[in-house]
Design a protein around this ligand. Structure first.
Ligand SMILES: NC(=O)c1ccc[n+]([C@@H]2O[C@H](COP(=O)([O-])OP(=O)(O)OC[C@H]3O[C@@H](n4cnc5c(N)ncnc54)[C@H](OP(=O)(O)O)[C@@H]3O)[C@@H](O)[C@H]2O)c1
Length: 329
């Protein structure tokens, strides 16, 4: 294999977050990068002491601070809280101006290249800033040649969303809402997402003997991370195994994806954030809406040397988490 250059310096915004902390750990574990963490001055976040880690604290809306922090960085990985997405355009612009060539914007969700999803985007408002970020990078590339984005598709983080109740199950109260019209969808655990991103950024910039295993392949393209291809039925069977329960121990409600979507739109019109969140899950889980990207994930697992994982182990983490603070309140 001919490897032609690698990334060395990676800046990470949101390194203290749910996915950002996984990305940071796995980047450091490779021992291949110098990682520059960019964090807010008033953030309570703390970071591990590591010889390959530099922390810059400042304001996400201060272009000068951001440009200094991004100087000499090959890549900017951004993993912002969804309420902070309004700050992302300024962060991206500062990275481009500082000479960063690879931007991994805050995606970590759906397959942004899925045509059905692209047509239905107005149905998933939370996805719109993600589309705008990719467009912004492409526009900036006219002034900063060689600038590219890489989209990271993760679909729902398995253990996180099971614990949040996003996939139709409330584990502590043993309630399940089973949706007709739901199908197979990919899902990734948080550690596998962090590992996948570290492996992606470890690829050679170009690879003449295997172009598919190069960063060049992923320029203005998506990587598809997945630990499992699952359905609600598969998840429910795992939940029953892990909790030692049977159908009779659960309060089961039957619904449909269409009914759920309608209820979410009604809630959204009243400003209910849980409904905005629900629309993401309607589109992950609704048959034929883009949640099944297994064909692409299979190839990416091979390229990145990732394995499918043990579903019951991920489900046990969600069961052990018990009641958690909800993202969408
Ligand atoms: N696929 C899924 O299941 C799933 C689930 C949840 C989220 N997501 C996606 O992943 C992205 C990251 O989510 P996450 O849960 O990892 O985020 P998070 O942990 O809530 O926040 C990430 C970072 O954002 C910064 N931040 C938090 N609140 C902020 C504010 N008000 N203003 C400015 N910065 C703020 C913090 O960094 P500092 O304190 O260091 O400044 C924080 O560590 C989301 O935007 C969403 O698109 C996907």
């Amino acid at each position: 294999m001919t490897n032609e250059g690698h990334l060395q310096n990676i800046a990470l915004v949101g390194a203290s977050g749910t996915i950002g902390s996984q990305i940071l750990n796995h980047l450091l574990e490779t021992n291949k990068f110098h990682v520059t963490v960019i964090s807010r001055s008033d953030s309570k976040a703390t970071f591990p002491s590591h010889s390959s880690l530099t922390v810059h604290k400042g304001s996400y809306s201060d272009p000068e601070f951001l440009q200094t922090a991004f100087s000499n960085q090959d890549a900017a990985v951004i993993a912002l809280n969804f309420m902070a997405m309004g700050l992302q355009p300024g962060i991206i612009e500062a990275a481009a101006k500082a000479g960063v060539k690879w931007i991994v914007p805050t995606e970590y969700a759906m397959d942004g290249l899925n045509e059905t999803l692209a047509k239905n985007l107005s149905k998933v408002p939370i996805m719109l800033p993600k589309v705008m970020a990719r467009k912004q990078v492409e526009e900036l590339a006219q002034a900063y040649p060689g600038l590219s984005w890489i989209g990271v598709a993760t679909n729902p983080w398995t253990e996180f969303n099971l614990a949040q109740g996003g996939l139709g199950f409330n584990i502590p109260s043993r309630t399940a809402t089973l949706y007709s019209g739901a199908g197979l969808f990919n899902s990734v655990t948080l550690p596998q997402a962090g590992l996948g991103i570290a492996r992606l950024l470890s690829l050679p910039l170009t690879n003449s003997s295997n172009p598919r295993a190069s960063l060049a392949y992923y320029a203005n393209n998506f990587v598809y991370l997945s630990s499992f291809l699952i359905s609600q039925d598969v998840l429910f069977d795992s939940l029953k195994r892990v909790t030692g329960t049977a159908d009779g121990d659960w309060k089961i409600t039957q619904s449909s994806i269409e009914e759920w979507e309608k209820a979410c739109f009604e809630g959204l019109a009243k400003g209910d954030m849980r409904s905005a969140g629900g629309l993401i899950f309607v589109n992950y889980m609704g048959e034929g809406r883009g949640g099944n990207y297994e064909a692409k994930a299979k190839v990416d697992r091979e390229v990145l040397g990732l394995e499918e994982e043990d579903l019951d182990a991920a489900v046990k983490k969600a069961v052990d988490a018990g009641e958690v603070e909800k993202v969408f309140k």
